[in-house]
Design a binder for this molecule. Sequence first.
Ligand code: PGA
Length: 248
Amino acid sequence: MRKKILAANWKMNLNLEESKALFKKFNQDLPDQNSLDYIVFAPSIFLHELSKETDKIALGAQNFYPAEKGAFTGEISVFQLLDAHVTHVLIGHSERRMYFNESNIFLKEKVNYARQNELKIMFCCGESLEARDNNQHLEFVKSQLEESLFHLSEQDFLNCSIAYEPIWAIGTGRTANENQIEEMHHAIRSWIEEKYSKSVAESTSILYGGSCNGSNAESIFSCPNVDGGLIGGASLKFESFVEIAIHL
Ligand code: PGA
């Protein structure tokens, strides 16, 4: 049976004290459930400190640069993340694609670099509003996966999860409806089956992200191909995150 995953993407929020307190509370008080993994993608500057508190919550980085070391002012290497005991990385988030011009080709380099160094990947994909309105959402997401992720070997791919986050639903208060979500998740699983195998497709966790909260989590998680959530705004407070967790 595939794993369920509930991940928090804290983005560029919280100070050190707030992050430590929230991470500790997550570790202590989020419900323990069989085959549910929790991951927090924290701001890089706090990773080392948070790693001292890791218990049931895995620690993930929101970003890194795909080179061993060198003249990349302001960037963070995978080795620095490994030093901070990070086990997961987020790749392909729409904010990185949009504000930092991360292309499918560059994301492929990040994917390769992460796997060469045995980090687990949460790969984000999702269509623009324009693609959705033109009924091109499936092709849009398929090409993101084909151009950046589907070149991986089966063994490496098994260390990836996928987060479907329609760009128009992130931080906007608009969520995709259940039919839209299930259509995309089902399609993603069928592309994985075509590329790899039925058993790989069945064991890949596919998460939904985009304005997920305590009020809509139950209906989102009832979609048969949704295996969890990648949560932004509602992950910044224990109360709102736990309201989502109880529906998984
Ligand atoms: P949101 O963010 O839950 O605030 O929409 C989700 C994400 O960007 O991962």
